[in-house]
Design a protein around this ligand. Sequence first.
Ligand SMILES: [Zn+2]
Length: 598
Amino acid sequence: MRRHVVRGLCGLALLAGLGFVALRARPPALPTRSVRTIHLEPRTGRAELLGDGASTKLRAAVVDVPSVLSWPVDVPRGAKLETYFSFARGGPEDLQSLSCRARVEAGEGDGGTVLLEREVRPGPGWEAFEVDLSQQAGRSVVLRLDLACPGAPRVFPNAARWSVPLLSTPRTEGERNVLLVSIDTLRADHLSAYGYPRATSPQVDALSRRGLLFDRAETVQSATWPALTSLHTSLYPSAHGVVENGQPMPEGLPTLAELLRSQGFSTSAFITNMTRGRHPGFSRLFLSREGGQAAADRAAVEQAVAQLERERERRFFMWVHLLSPHADYAPPAPYDAAFTQPGASSLHGGLEELAALRRRGAAISESDLAHVIGLYDGEVAFADELVGLLLSALVRNGLEKSTIVVLTADHGEDLHEHNRYFFHSPSVYRSSMSIPLILAVPGVLPEGGRTSHPASLVDVAPTILGVLGLPVPSSLQGHNLLPGGSLPPRPVRQMAFGETNGRIFTVRSPEWRFVYNPERVQPAAPGGVYPIAEAELYDEERDPREALNLASSRPGLVRAFTAEAVAFRSRIRRKGGLVPGPDAEAVEELRALGYLQH
Ligand SMILES: [Zn+2]
């Protein structure tokens, strides 16, 4: 009976993972032993990510005042309950003056025990309710969240929210957590771990010394929303449909967070770009752009560090996405002066300033270029410091040995190698397509490993699932880079593929980069059009800056890579047509980042 109830609750959690509903006739039965966090989904209606007036959204159910939510639960040993309460913002005035109380109760039959009671008042912020259920361990109870305002003249519909309660038992030996860190606009070759001569990344270097570094990893598109959607869905942009920034992720696609939540992980995300996107699967979402890029990134990391303390005993999946080193290149002190000379240039590293230079056709001097690159490197070093805060929080909370850490980027950055360009989208070149990928699996992967096998951003999710010993859905388009836990890693792909808006394609083999632009699209970009030839071919060994297009002198290779690109295009076309464009708030965010021209 007890097992049956636990499975039933898992089924509810799975049903909330929309991808499973759409893609599987029946969710797979989960082994009870792997269920470490049970998500008590609302029994009527659907939980959704709701904000608190500040920067944190929680998966929550909207309730009336007064109201009672309840779940029958067989309480596992060591279980703790965590939920959060808030009144809806801008609620009715006659609610403001009332005295209300919120309770967590455990009942058997008609009787009940109040486990925690608090007075609650309208106002911003989520109020935490954390309850130790050791007294109820091994018993079948009905857990109730009871909200009442004695003397209230009426019912206030939809006036409050409870976050989906997490019923967690301690992680056991051998069960691993996942910390996924993605850094916006981070070029692999500007990390010292990837051979950059400047010491931009002592923290990432330290991570690479205890992990496996993929030195030929590629993104799928040099644009944030398409790339991050691919990171989480393991689908190429033309398959998931988000081919431009601002397009919302379609419903019904399974995401890494949903897959892990259904397996009993607590899921949280702390992000400072793509904050207007849909992020299914996460129970807690901190999103901020307040105070500028550096301040928002620091705030996100502080929140993530605080969350790691809450996750000390639970099994968790945490995603942190930092906006630095995205333009403007304006790192905070001391990084603003770490790689620049005072007075060496009048440029400030602003996107508008650099785009204006390009628009005017103005050449940039060697010293100005070195200065701008120095500012970009300062941003990298700042992001690296923040990565260090996350890694040391793992150590401080005793999570270092039980947590898989994956570090990657959504795309790189052109730093004037092509078309006098400082930015990423719509670049198809190594500067913007090559990304770092480091995977640390304590006790499993050898420390300090390095592989040159091609890897793609779409491979991250299946590799995480594979390392955790979880099934990889066949609908995913990426590969597990360590199939069967194979070490040293075998090459699982010969090439990495990319695309731009489903119209321009890249193929990266160990030796070559091929760009295929059959429609001769000339994309718009900050500072003017970004020219891309119909076919471009670069020798990656001899010409890493991709300065010499060999397409006309190697027709055989061009034919072979064209066939690969065409086959790739036909594999990934989205069934079901285009997804909608950005909403008004997303447009505002994109404009602030320079993605849209004024
Ligand atoms: Zn980005």
